[in-house]
Write a protein that binds this ligand. Structure first.
Ligand SMILES: Cc1ncc(COP(=O)(O)O)c(C=O)c1O
Length: 1001
């Protein structure tokens, strides 16, 4: 009969057979390639619905002609839907559509390419349907996912308790969380039944060849299209969410979805399956009649069982990631906040973690004894392997990085719930290995959200979750695992902790699930409202998702990125290259040289990521890489850098501002690039002003590296390689009150030392000449951090001026507020020099230096010869100098130098009581020295001891130096931003170093 109808109405020949269908009767007609399907429509089907299908397919064909959907053929009389009688008085609509060639998707290998092709096919289809509407599309079908709640009524047909629980779980979620949100999502006409028997695959199996059976099409929430298709497409996938991600990403490229839509997808997929299995269960008695209904049921149950084990929050994150959306609301904001604010966080480990000597624990290496022991849960062997490692690498701490692929996760609990037959191997926290009992502190204020003890082997032991909300709208949590059980006694849910407050201590192996004592620190970058179970180990293929949900806690814990990525040549290679390519008399600090790769505030970061507390470099006056200075350099360099022969605001502004910091007539500035240049210019001025050449200098002084300055630097000309004192240079005795003759009354030290200046002037006079100048560092540094006794410079200046010379203060090391009480160290002596030279801190690392003098001397220097300096006074350098001055004032850094300096002096004096070797403690503000002696009576120089202390401090991550003619003075000049916490670290490390060196001595 079908053949006859087909022939009569559509001219179709060659009946090939009947096609399976739930509702209609379908017949396939030849010929190959141009075949058609005759559909005798079920009489129960409303006519509107049929007309809607026909219109829908036509619309799709018009909107996207290449999309393979079965085109509706017209009958011989030009109708799309002719009517036939069935001979029993019934009327049926009939229609013919193109037969699409292709194998069922159900039988195809679901490769990522095919899944993506399916996704884009549906995306294109739904895009085409955006401009389509039809009265027949508004139907009431159980298969409409918006009606999936009806499954509740069908639950009674499911008798097996586990199966019922699964359905109930998803139905409850649907009722409470999904349905209300689904109702608000955008709706359109969708195919609604892209199940894997309705989808056809090309002969090569790589692409979708067509989509058939529009019988369930209707107007509903757009996202249901993907949900229905996915429910079948991923049924036998080992990684259903991965397979769905391939489809979804491709769909989203064609038909962009919204995060709210994607958020419901996981539950909708499950609900499609729930709908299907509950309908089947209800129809069970009738199933024998219609095997089609039952076709995908067992796999549906298997899949439901698997979906039930997956945390919907994680599923949501994975699907959001597939669309390129933020994986969890607020996660990006939290990560961004942490990066931006990492410098303001308190150390989690008492002192900054990166300041420790850290080794990477080789958990990635399955063959390592430590890993073998850990996998076998042999705690004793683990401890031994760990101790051996620490000793070999001289390490204090071990770290296990985030994302590391680990061989140790062998237990059943590490089986993936997301992917079949896959193990979770990637570590999602940061492990820090140290002794049990080590205290840990929260870097940020927070509220204790939970304190639990997991007793099972391989569990966390005591685990604490802290919620942080550092600013409104930024919320994340930190998870602290493997703590001691003692910790749980002191912490309560809801307790508020302030930044730096102790959380607890590391648990022993007995306390912490049988692991080597360590902290598992994991960030949870989403609001705690959403927190379900937090995986500590994750699947490798979802590492990109884990990175966003549980970002590495490196910034949070205070580890530097360099800890994990070493760049450039290794240190020993650089040493060798320096020998070959550079001057051999460039010295290198420390017995074990350091390769520094980055500076940040008071810290210098070495190539292995260790951060060293820089207490020595006075050039980085405001701290290394001060962001405002970096900004000025970048801004001004990108605007103009030229010489002083053009007019520019910066140079005059700077001269004016610098002059304003100085007393008296010191108002005329000259800008140069180095301290040496400033002092060299000073020599020319002194000569121009006085017509003389003889210089009075302080013994052991250093004023610069150029030839004329080596000549006035006893620290150079008297030591190795020096040619001795030139005849125009006269050395005044170093006014070292610590080593002054015992019979000098203390109050006369200034005057008595100044007598040596008078003796030099007398010697010059005897030679028939006059002094050109007297130069003194305001606090001689190379000479050993020597503080002049009161009235010394007053006397010296008087003597020199009376002899016709000028007086010069070398402030290259000590200027710019370092002494705390004053901007310039000479001010502490109550005098006003004729020339002040400045360098080092002036540009916070930028090569800038200056000389400031009086109009009188400037006039004398103006003898007709042009003064030109290619780089000196350029607009960029002057802008930097201006900024440095501004920050010193604005941030009240002199006050800080005074306060921290006083604190350090008090602690040093306390140490002096405990260590005989500390002969003298000297300091003002942040310019400090410890004069070490082997004997407090003879004051013999303890050079070796000083050297040992400096190297021991370096091993502990603190950088200091030695100076003085015998290198016995421990010298410290930390940045002006030094804090009390850093001062404590310096003192603690020094204390330890003195103790160790004393024990060895
Ligand atoms: C007191 C003093 N003056 C001058 C200089 C020379 O400065 P520069 O090295 O910038 O040429 C130095 C350098 O160490 C110094 O310490």
């Amino acid at each position: 009969m079908a053949a006859e109808i087909a022939e009569r109405h559509f001219g179709l020949k060659g009946l090939k057979g009947r096609l399976a269908s739930e509702r209609d009767q379908n017949f396939h007609f030849g010929p190959q390639g141009q075949g058609a399907v005759l559909k005798i429509v079920n009489a129960a089907e409303p006519e509107d619905a049929i007309r809607f299908q026909v219109a829908m397919i036509r619309h799709v064909k018009e909107a996207d002609p290449d999309l393979a959907v079965p085109l509706v053929r017209l009958s011989k009389s030009g109708e799309a839907l002719p009517v036939i009688e069935d001979g029993k008085g019934g009327h049926h609509l009939i229609r013919a559509v193109d037969y699409l060639e292709g194998a069922p998707f159900a039988e195809a290998a679901k490769t990522p390419e095919l899944l993506a092709s399916f996704g884009s096919f549906l995306g294109r289809l739904d895009r085409a349907l955006q401009s389509f509407g039809h009265v027949g599309a508004h139907r009431d079908l159980d298969w409409d996912l918006r009606k999936a709640g009806r499954s509740r009524a069908r639950l009674a047909a499911i008798h097996e308790p586990e199966a019922r629980e699964i359905c109930d779980y998803f139905i409850t979620r649907f009722e409470t969380e999904i349905e209300p949100r689904l109702a608000k999502l955008r709706a359109s006409v969708i195919h609604n039944d892209a199940n894997d028997w309705n989808v056809l695959v090309s002969a090569d199996g790589q692409a979708i060849a067509g989509l058939i059976d529009f019988g369930d099409a209707l107007h509903t929430a757009l996202i249901c299209e993907m949900a229905v298709a996915a429910a079948y497409a991923v049924l036998d996938a080992e990684d259903p969410l991965g397979a769905l991600s391939f489809m979804l990403a491709a769909y989203h490229r064609e038909m962009p979805l919204q995060p709210d839509e994607v958020d419901l997808l996981f539950d909708l997929v499950a609900m499609r399956l729930v709908t299907s299995v509950t309908i089947s269960a209800e129809r069970a008695p009738r199933i024998a009649d219609n095997p089609y209904l039952n076709i995908s049921e067992r796999p549906a149950w298997d899949m439901l069982r698997r979906l039930r084990r997956i945390d919907p929050f994680i599923a949501k994150a994975i699907l959001r990631q597939a669309c390129g959306f933020e994986v969890a609301p607020g996660a990006a904001k939290a990560a961004e906040w942490l990066t931006r604010n990492r410098k303001s966080l308190s150390p989690i480990w008492g002192r900054p973690l990166s300041n420790h000597c850290i080794l990477q624990v080789p958990f990635g290496d399955a063959s390592h004894p430590l890993v073998k022991a850990a996998a076998a849960m042999d705690v004793a062997a683990c401890e031994t392997a760990w101790q051996t490692l620490c000793k070999a690498e001289n390490a204090e701490l071990g770290i296990g990085p985030w994302g590391e692929k680990r061989a140790v996760y062998a237990g059943e609990m590490f089986q993936s719930k997301l992917i079949d037959k896959v193990r979770r191997t990637r570590h999602l926290g940061l492990d820090i290995f140290a002794d049990a009992g080590t205290p840990v502190f929260t870097p940020l204020a927070g509220r204790v959200a939970s304190v639990e003890i997991e007793k099972e082997p391989l569990g966390y032991g005591c685990v604490v979750l802290i919620e942080h909300e550092p600013e409104p709208g930024v919320t994340f949590s930190s998870l602290w695992g493997h703590l001691s059980h003692e910790t749980a006694k002191h912490l309560k849910n809801g307790q508020m902790l302030s930044a730096g407050e102790k959380i607890g201590t590391l648990g022993s192996s007995q306390d912490n699930g049988g692991w080597l004592p360590h902290l598992h620190l994991q960030l949870v970058a989403y609001s705690t409202d959403d927190i379900g179970p937090i995986p500590g180990v994750g699947e490798e293929s979802y590492l990109d998702v884990w990175a966003k949900l549980y970002p590495p806690a490196y910034d949070f814990a205070g580890l530097t990125p360099e800890t994990f990525h070493r760049d450039g040549r290794p240190g020993d290679e650089i040493v060798a290259l320096r020998r070959k390519t550079l001057l051999p008399n460039l010295s290198i600090s420390f017995r074990k040289p350091l390769k520094m790769v980055r500076g940040e505030g008071v810290w210098l970061i070495a190539d292995d990521g260790r951060a060293y507390l820089d207490c020595f470099n006075n050039v980085a006056h405001l701290g290394h890489t001060h962001p405002e200075i970096v900004e000025v350099i970048a801004r001004e360099s990108s605007r103009l850098n030229t010489n002083t022969r053009y007019l520019h605001d910066n140079m005059v502004d700077y001269a004016e501002k610098l002059g304003a910091t100085l007393p008296g007539d010191l108002k005329v500035a000259s800008f140069v690039c180095t301290g040496s240049e400033a002092n060299d210019l000073m020599l020319r001025m002194a000569r121009a002003k006085t017509g003389e050449k003889d210089m009075v200098v302080v013994d052991w002084a250093y004023h610069g590296h150029v030839a004329e300055l080596i000549d006035i630097s006893p620290y150079k000309y008297k030591r190795a390689g020096g040619a001795g004192r030139p005849s125009h240079v006269w050395e005044a005795q170093l006014p070292d009150t610590y080593r002054a003759p015992a019979d000098w009354p203390i109050e006369e030290h200034g005057k008595r030392f100044a007598e040596s200046v008078a003796r030099q002037v007398e010697a010059i006079r005897k030679a028939g000449r006059k002094p050109a100048a007297f130069i003194a560092e305001s606090i001689p540094s190379c000479a050993g951090q020597i503080f002049f006794p009161p009235h010394y410079l007053e006397e010296a200046y008087r003597i020199i001026r009376e002899a016709g010379g000028i007086c010069v203060a070398d402030e290259v090391q000590v200027g710019f507020g370092r002494v705390g009480t004053h901007m310039w160290a000479f001010e502490t002596q109550g005098i006003v020099p004729d020339v002040v030279t400045m360098g080092k801190p002036i540009g916070n690392g930028h090569p800038l230096a200056a000389l400031v003098t009086t109009p009188d001397i400037a006039k004398a220097f103006n003898n007709g010869m042009e003064y030109f300096n290619t780089f000196g006074g350029n607009p960029v350098s002057c802008a930097i100098g201006l900024k440095v001055l501004e920050i010193i004032e604005r941030d009240r850094l002199r006050d800080n130098a005074k306060a921290i300096g006083d604190y350090l002096m008090a602690r040093f004096r306390d140490m002096q009581k405990r260590y005989e070797v500390i002969g003298d403690v000297r300091g003002m503000g942040l310019f400090l020295g410890l004069d070490l002696v082997t004997d407090r009576t003879t004051k013999a120089y303890a050079t070796d001891f000083a050297n040992r202390v400096v190297n021991l401090a370096r091993e502990e991550g603190v950088l200091i130096g030695t100076d003085g003619p015998y290198d016995n003075v421990v010298k410290m000049r930390p940045a002006m931003i030094f804090t009390r916490r850093e001062a404590d670290l310096l003192c603690d490390v020094l204390d330890q170093a003195f103790a160790r060196a004393s024990a060895e001595a």
